[in-house]
Design a protein around this ligand. Sequence first.
Ligand SMILES: [Ca+2]
Ligand SMILES: [Ca+2]
Ligand SMILES: [Ca+2]
Length: 475
Amino acid sequence: MRKVEAAQYHRLLRGDPVAPCVDQPRDLPELGLADVDRAVGPDCNAPGPIDGCELRHLHPRGRTQSSVISRDQAGLWGPNEFSTGAAWVDYDRDGKLDLVVANYVQWSEQTDLYCTLDGSHKSYCTPESYKGTSARLWHNLGNGKFEDATQKAGLYDPTSKGLGVAILDYNNDGWPDILIANDTQSNKLYLNKKNGAFEERAVSAGIAFSEDGIARAGMGVDAADYDRSGSASLVITNFSNQMLSLYHNEGNGLFVDEAPRSEVGRATLVTLGFGCFFFDYDNDGWQDIFVADGHIEDQIETVQKRVSYAEPPHLFRNLGNGKFEEVTTKVGSAFAAPKVARGAAYADINNDGALDVLMMTNGGAAHLYLNQGGTNQSLRIKLVGTKSNRDGIGAVVRVSAGADKQWLTMKTGSSYLSQSELVLTFGMGSKTKADTVEIDWPNGQVDKLSNVATGQTVTIQEAKGQIAARPYGKK
Ligand SMILES: [Ca+2]
Ligand SMILES: [Ca+2]
Ligand SMILES: [Ca+2]
């Protein structure tokens, strides 16, 4: 992967409507973009209290004209909380996107505690020093209004110290479930009961704790069917000396952590992971794993010799047999250089059909790595909902080519305080067309296309089919 210079990076971000946005809401106009009532886009993955969450009303004539709808107007007024990850999910499948926001701990400048790692310098206190706070679920009432549905939906849990949010349908019943990755508290998995309420199932599902029963330091999270089993599995980043979690979905309500037995676990034992996601970087049809790393303590090397503040990221190539191999150093020395990374997102920033990677660093520069691609084909799918939400968030897209069958979910959230583009990229290997493309929309509509060529981004409208196609540009 080739690094893009900072000035070029800013031009790309501002000029490209599919640019991913991470961590810096004031600089980036489309952070956490989704259309919640066909005219409203939210701006809401900001770290810090929910004051950082705005709704932007996009005027129909263009993206340059937007006005901020205050959280008062939208009814998004809750306690002053330390909000972290966020995701849009139409949990009651009424066509209107609802918002889930993870909260971290009860902290303020006034109640800040003094902790020290080496006896002389102030350091971060561990999360155990502070009380937790519940995630919040905002139910979209329409007309730009939301209500706090946390209690009635069964999501209220003041023990949580949430950082990451992923939306997945882990039991394949067509109703989106919610995962909250918690720091030093057990992770939470909210099963959608289809009646506006959820039931928390993390312990029985096997993802609450590590294999030895410890609540780890959950940071970022993502979900995808990485082994084509038909069910969405999970990756969750954890602290140094904990390795990440690679929870394989067994398809029966249970997950098994594959990390301890795999290259993924061994390679991530010492590093401290934040942003993470599944994506197919080499377009071979198998979902690979990216992890952004960086410790929280700049003095950590003085007390733990094997651990460093700046750390290389991880890129794991999916070998297609349930195993991964680390390829970080093979894709570029700048990419593999140590960083104090936090947020991470992907998008095809230059329309060549290969996914590029954006990393944000703590107090430092953003790093954008252009994927140089290869000989493998890809097909990109953009959705336009009509009865369902406009961006098709929650839709499942299934692509078949010969015996190869893949599926991806259109989603927001995932990773760490970041959001990737709202376009699905299917790696197609040597195939030059998909035999079928099937879209299961959140409202139940199913659309099916046949013989769709690779090498393009196809826009599909609910109940109508293909409405636009954009061929990839020349490299
Ligand atoms: Ca809804
Ligand atoms: Ca479900
Ligand atoms: Ca791959």
